[in-house]
Write a protein that binds this ligand. Structure first.
Ligand SMILES: Nc1ncnc2c1ncn2[C@@H]1O[C@H](COP(=O)(O)OP(=O)(O)O)[C@@H](O)[C@H]1O
Ligand SMILES: [Mg+2]
Length: 246
């Protein structure tokens, strides 16, 4: 399944995104990166058809994303939201079932998805009473259970402690290796460097750079995007990026 953004613009009174052109090929990890307010979440919402471009088109398998019905869209794309809302008194199992509404309910698969995140013990807990990090793990498990071909995750590692961040990075890699397409926003530049295949770097709603991570994620483009000097150093895990302090 392919996603294509063609000359996509989105205009708000105080913010303008685009034009964005992007081709998302199956089985790769894409990261949209940039400062707070640069348009990352807006880009992901456009891909998911939650908002419609002011100009241009978003095609999911050749079809306008905003015209795909809910059930069909849920089969194609799962979305892990940056903000976590749950106004109802849902248990964790309820949250899983809502995410999996486009497929046949399968308790074993719910359990399996929770187990991948190490949280199967939460299954009957009140979702609202979990900590921020625990809720985040449930929302990622819910996206796994949805079993769509494309998984969008908006800042999936926020709220998470370091071992759970590493768990999620490893999971993202495993999902890619099993053929899923991942479209993410992340802030950790070293993680982006280590796991992503392609990056789109935004600044004030505009493309600063895009392309294969190896060629595109460099100190020049980071400086353009974040307005601070960057340097790199070598670690056991390869190159590491640091924004220079005064
Ligand atoms: N529905 C909206 N109404 C008004 N402003 C919005 C709306 N959605 C996003 N914005 C603004 O657009 C800009 C980009 O938002 P967003 O894409 O969420 O940024 P990012 O995810 O990169 O931090 C921000 O300044 C945000 O306040
Ligand atoms: Mg955001």
């Amino acid at each position: 399944m392919k996603v294509k953004l063609q000359g996509v613009r989105y205009r708000l009174p105080n913010f303008s995104l685009g034009p964005i052109d992007m081709d998302v090929e199956p089985g790769k990890i894409y990261v949209v990166m940039g400062k707070n307010g640069s348009g990352k979440s807006t880009t992901l919402k456009l891909i998911h058809g939650d908002i419609r471009p002011s100009e241009g088109t978003v095609l999911v398998d050749g079809v306008d994303a905003s015209k795909i019905g809910f059930i069909q869209l849920a089969k194609k794309i799962a979305f892990v939201w940056q903000e976590i809302y749950n106004p109802l008194s849902f248990t964790v199992k309820d949250v899983m079932n809502v995410s999996g509404y486009s497929r046949d309910a399968d308790e074993d698969d719910i359990f399996k998805a929770l187990s991948v995140l190490g949280i199967e013990r939460f299954i009957d807990r009140d979702f609202n009473l979990l900590s921020g990090g625990e809720k985040r793990l449930v929302t990622i498990a819910a996206a796994l259970y949805q079993d769509s071909e494309i998984i969008i995750m908006d800042e999936p590692t926020n709220f998470l402690d370091i071992d759970n961040q590493i768990l999620v990075y490893n999971l993202i890699r495993d999902l890619r290796n099993s053929g899923k397409t991942l479209i993410l926003t992340l802030h950790d530049i070293d993680a982006i460097h280590n796991i992503s295949d392609y990056v789109l770097i935004l600044k004030d709603g505009m493309e600063v750079a895009k392309g294969p991570t190896r060629e595109t994620l460099n100190v020049q483009n980071l400086r353009k995007a974040f307005n601070v000097p960057f340097y790199t150093y070598d670690t056991v895990n390869g190159k590491s990026f640091v924004g220079a302090m005064k």
